[in-house]
Design a protein around this ligand. Structure first.
Ligand code: MSP
Length: 639
């Protein structure tokens, strides 16, 4: 039986980071999981390469769009290889096969009467390739906040409005079509509010898939991008997809547009869309401007890909937003992997070496561990079926700690001193139980920790490759007495926090610099020291002591305060300053302040301001007014 799953295809105008890795790692985990359940699982990912901003980025990098895309797509592929992910199809939207499938899909929709030509005038965000239908000129993009651009063009439209009922029906009859529930509700209310037709082509860019016979129309990015899921497996009999894994910000495109396109074309719909949450860095959104984007490569190099996988799956409830931090990553690693799993493996295997010359002894009935292991096998599948990865992992760690306690209670080191047969039999049973539990734990963790479980597996002396394991063959008792264990070596050495973090940050800087070169972006210049100025320049600034006479907040502004200030001239000055969030009118009236008196006048919210009030800027820009400790006459000059 087949199981076809996908990740989003990533834009090539950003370099891969831990957010992209998150989805792709989960997809890899799920593929391995489905394989263990006996499915022939196939995973597609890829790169989204068309659009204005790719053209622009290429230009900036001094490359043709094609060369630019080749380089960035290769970088994504390299990342996935480095992380050891089992990708079956890396589909690029610039591949000829993809173009054909997009054109066919369009033709089918057109023949079925769901495409028409119309004129589009509206706001468009070039950074997100987003037509912001509800926006007015000058409005910011709802995604990135940058100003939208007004465009008018002849477009082909897709009759999305014809699908409102059909979509609602789909969500109703297949309640697990969109998961988790919060996202499902969001989509339902979006569709209930009414659907407007969708522009699916554009004429104002060259870097896109041409609409056959309709030059200069090229496909609009979502019609192009979503079709990757089909084009990647064309002719392989894998459609419909069983699962689209995505981030929550692209739910609408996947749960509304995509099924509508497919219905219009008369094609089968994907079975399920799961939208996970956002990965934040220390609770902040990762972004270029904040300079807090985390890359996977340094983590992989210093701690191994499994450490990252474990952290992402254990620490974050899949579906919800979660925070990444190096401290938490290393904390989890040391407590759960080094002390938990790693310790259980080395302790068990070492005892078998010591007390039984490296041979698995015949077992007893497994005591209370055997039923717990059976329950854990069921619990993991139950949780993973529901995408509750952290819960599944908790169950496995429950088993690990039960086995630890069992070993302590049985105290094999004491039993080993006794020559009595009963003690020796008990020692056998204890060692067998621990080793058999380790086998089960290792098998259960394989989808999450493929690299390290492979090592433990061979240390246990298992002959069957771990990749070919199935849940069916996992039952208690599978470990054979007499089996020789392999050579023991530590799988999760303890990691020193500071050393590891320093190393990762150092590598992070290197990787980021290399990626900037790849994307043709200039590294941020180091902040320069403020230039020194001659005293004459300073003396040009007329600084004076002023007394605030009146103050009132400016209407329709949170920040601005409208004041009149006596600076020793016949008439008080009108000054508008952005201090209303920090000071009330009452705080200001009667207060002595410092004013820049010879500044060119400036209109703020229609009021002409004749001067500037001097304040320090602290924290996020909170103003703190300059003032004096001694009494000082109004109008006094500062120099
Ligand atoms: N090209 C579109 C998707 C087209 S799918 C037919 C796109 N690309 S993207 O490069 O912006 O990738 C978005 C996806 O990357 C998210 O949906 C999510 O899977 C992953 N993530 C990127 N940053 C992320 C976080 N900070 N946190 C979690 N996942 C994130 O949108």
């Amino acid at each position: 039986m087949k199981y076809y799953l996908t990740t989003p295809i990533y834009y090539v105008n950003a370099a891969p980071h831990i957010g992209h890795a998150y989805t792709t790692i989960v997809a890899d985990l799920y593929k391995r999981y489905k394989r263990m359940q006996g499915f022939d699982a196939v995973l597609t990912t890829g790169s989204d390469e068309h659009g204005v901003n790719v053209e622009r980025s290429a230009q900036r990098a001094g490359k043709s769009p094609r060369e630019f895309c080749d380089a960035v797509a290769a970088e994504f592929e390299r990342q996935w290889q480095m992380l050891g992910l089992q990708i079956d199809h890396f589909q690029r939207t610039t591949s000829p096969q993809h173009a054909r499938v997009v054109q066919n899909l369009f033709e089918r929709c057109r023949q079925n009467g769901y495409i028409y030509k119309g004129s589009y005038t509206g706001q468009y965000c070039i950074f997100d390739n987003l037509y912001v239908n509800e926006a007015k000129p000058g409005d910011p993009c709802p995604d990135c906040g940058r100003p939208t651009e007004t465009i008018t063009e002849e477009n082909f439209f897709f009759k999305l409005s014809a699908f409102q009922e059909k979509l609602l029906d789909l969500y109703e009859t297949q309640p697990d079509f969109i998961q988790p529930e919060t996202r499902r509700n969001e989509v339902i209310s979006f569709v209930k509010a009414g659907l407007t037709d969708l522009s699916v082509t554009r004429t104002n860019i060259k870097w896109g898939i041409p609409v056959v016979g309709e030059s200069p129309h090229v496909f609009y990015v979502w019609f192009d991008a979503l079709t990757t899921y089909l084009s990647a497996v064309e002719g392989e009999g894998l459609w419909p997809a069983d699962l689209h894994l995505i981030g929550k910000e692209i739910v609408r495109f996947h749960a509304v547009y995509w099924p509508a396109f497919l219905m219009a074309a008369g094609l089968e719909l994907p079975k399920r869309i799961f939208a996970h949450g956002w990965l934040l860095f220390e609770n902040d959104k990762m972004s270029k401007s904040r300079g807090n984007i985390v890359r996977s490569e340094p983590i992989q190099k210093v701690m191994g890909a499994d450490a990252l996988r474990y952290f992402l799956l254990r620490e974050i409830v899949f579906g919800q937003d979660g925070s990444f931090s190096y401290d938490a990553l290393i904390g989890r690693y040391n407590s759960d992997l080094a002390n938990g799993l790693g310790n259980l493996a080395s302790r068990t295997l070492t005892m078998i070496n010591q007390y039984r010359k490296g041979e698995i002894p015949p077992g007893g009935d497994g005591g209370n561990i055997a039923p717990l292991a059976e329950q854990t096998i069921a619990a993991v599948q139950n949780s993973f079926d529901k995408f509750e990865f952290s819960k599944g992992l908790e169950a496995v760690w429950g088993l690990i700690s039960a086995v630890d306690k069992f070993i302590v209670a049985m105290a094999p080191w004491k039993l080993s001193h006794s020559k009595e047969e009963a003690a020796q039999r008990q020692l056998n049973a204890t060692l067998y139980t621990a080793a058999e539990a380790l086998r089960v734990v290792t098998a259960l963790l394989y989808p999450v920790l493929p690299e390290s479980t492979r090592k433990i597996w061979s240390q246990l002396g298992m002959k069957e490759p771990i990749e070919s394991l199935r849940y069916d063959g996992l039952q208690w008792g599978g470990l054979l007495a007499g089996q020789e264990i392999g050579e023991i070596s530590g799988v999760f050495p303890r990691i020193e926090l500071k050393i590891a973090v320093d190393k990762m940050r150092e590598l992070e800087a290197e990787v980021t610099a290399a990626q900037l070169v790849l994307l043709g972006k200039k590294p941020e210049p180091a902040p320069e020291e403020p230039a020194k100025i001659p005293i004459d320049d300073f003396l040009k600034v007329d600084l004076r002591v002023g007394l605030v006479l009146t103050a009132q907040p400016v209407k329709n502004s949170n920040k601005l305060m409208h004041m009149t200030v006596d600076i020793g001239e016949p008439k008080p000055r009108t000054i508008v300053a952005g201090i209303a969030e920090a000071y009330t009118a009452a705080d200001l009236i009667g207060r002595k302040v410092v004013i820049v008196a010879n500044l060119q006048p400036r209109k703020l919210k229609g009021i002409e301001s004749n001067g500037m009030i001097v304040a320090a800027s602290v924290g996020d820009g909170k103003p703190v007014l300059a003032g004096f400790h001694e009494d000082i006459p109004v109008g006094a000059h500062l120099k």
